[in-house]
Design a protein around this ligand. Structure first.
Ligand code: ZN
Length: 114
């Protein structure tokens, strides 16, 4: 599943941050995801799975969702909206829009215990 790959990548990044900072335990992991890019429930489950038995075990996972970006073919403007696939353009009102490719999940910050 998609989310498991993401969680494993996160685990690697978090682990690297932990050793760079000589920490012993991860308290909190904050990630940002594009709207609709992942299923939050699946990501949480995958994260728990990836964290089991590691320094990340029991860490709080905070998922922040960023608005999806759209491109309007009629007037060329780029705008953000949370409306799924059919957002109308705020400039010209057209529906000839496409959502820009969304990033999946980005690691924003890690809180560790020394
Ligand atoms: Zn437009």
């Amino acid at each position: 599943m998609h989310e498991f790959g993401i969680a494993e990548e996160l685990a690697v990044l978090v682990d690297r941050t932990l050793s760079e900072n000589h920490g012993s335990k991860v308290l909190k992991v904050v990630v940002e995801t594009g709207a609709g890019a992942v299923e939050e429930v699946s990501l949480r489950a995958a994260f728990e799975e990836a964290a089991r038995g590691t320094a990340m075990d029991g860490a709080e996972l905070v998922i922040e969702t960023s608005a999806r970006e759209y491109h309007c073919f009629d007037c060329g403007v780029v705008f953000s909206a949370d409306e799924g696939s059919n957002a109308s353009c705020p400039v010209c009102g057209g529906f000839n829009t496409i959502s820009a490719p969304n990033h999946d999940v980005v690691l924003k910050s890690v809180e560790i215990e020394g």
